[in-house]
Design a binder for this molecule. Sequence first.
Ligand code: PLP
Ligand code: ZN
Length: 443
Amino acid sequence: MTAAPSSPISVLQCIDCGHTHPLDDPVYVCGQCGGLLAVEHDLERLRPLVSRALFDSRLGEVEPPYNSGVWRYKELVFPGAPAEHIITRGEGNTNLYRVPPKLAAWVGADRLMLKHEGENPTGSFKDRGMTGGMTHAHLVGATNAACASTGNTSASMASYAALAGIRALVFFPHGNIAMGKLAQSVAYGAVAVQVQGDFDACLDLVRQATRRYGIYLLNSVNPFRLEGQKTIVFEMLQQRRWRAPDWIVLPGGNLGNTSAFGKALRELRALGLIDRLPRIAVIQAEGAAPFYQSFREGFAERHTVTAHTVATAIKIGNPASFVKARRTLELTGGIAEIVSDQEIVDAKAMIDAAGIGCEPASAASVAGVRKLIANGVIRRDEDIVAVLTGHLLKDPDLIIHYHQGTLDGFQSTYANRLRTITPDLESVERLLRGDNAPGLAPR
Ligand SMILES: *Cc1c(COP(=O)(O)O)cnc(C)c1O
Ligand SMILES: [Zn+2]
């Protein structure tokens, strides 16, 4: 069905009952049934406007917004946004690494690539969603914006709110946030609030407060964020000259990204930009795996848990985007898997030592690939892209404790001990003769 030219190019649509709202309605759930909303674009009208050639032609852009790895795909993200009102830091444009041989051998994969979303302006993929969400907040005239966060959403929101001149209120679980993320939120000038509860309690509180006080909500239930996050998939495919891999593997917490990936793939296929769908594998931490539990039972039931994991970015017991994420797995023949915290920190140590580096939650994806290959679910010669979601410097405490052997309850399997010496050449010589530096001799 082709819509009349006067109808809006995008609407907010309930994923359950199909009820629609205009795009400038600041609502986050369906007014009819309470279901999640999605931004739905009129793909028939967009079809003649988008092409691989258009997106390629923007690769050399130096000016905003098209120099951004999100807004390069503006027609598929927020076609109606006036270019001069876009709040952007040139996010995206992240590397797609071919995995170095030693790491590839450890994972057991012949053709693994890493899409490094930690290379975004504030160090996580949250920036891709935030430029979409904050642009919408700006367009509807918001003066206050809030989010609940395990840290990266707050860091990102604090930065983009400062750019937009909007006051940011960020709420995180007390004592459960990595140092880098906490520092960023405070530094970018947000009202930073520690809540005496877990992430799920924070999100509950923020949803109530935003409704009551008319504050703009920037959690990933905000569908404009997911539109921005779709571009992880767009950009990765463009970097591969639009050849879809066999698998895309990513960590799952609140499941916003999993949801966005499914929507991205559905739209690309509908527009003829790709001809086959990769399968999505979502990796959860063993102690924070409600989605995995439901997947295992064929989604007969929606589980919630009290979450425990060192990977704080995925320490979530009641994922907000559960239903959308389930549809991503249904669309792509996808799967869910779990990895232990020990597997996460060891995978992280290997990714870090390869010279690439990531935050703990990101390493769940690589730990997941390794496990899925070991279990024969993924073949070692399949074409795999794993997503690294956050930057190494987000969680420096965990790194130092791991390598010093002081991470409580963990084995430091791949420790690189920090050494201390007295200031003389004898100490240096002793060091050079050590097992870690063979072959070095004084001249
Ligand atoms: C937010 C985040 C995740 C989890 O993503 P969801 O969309 O909530 O599933 C994973 N890793 C990092 C680094 C994050 O910031
Ligand atoms: Zn509805």
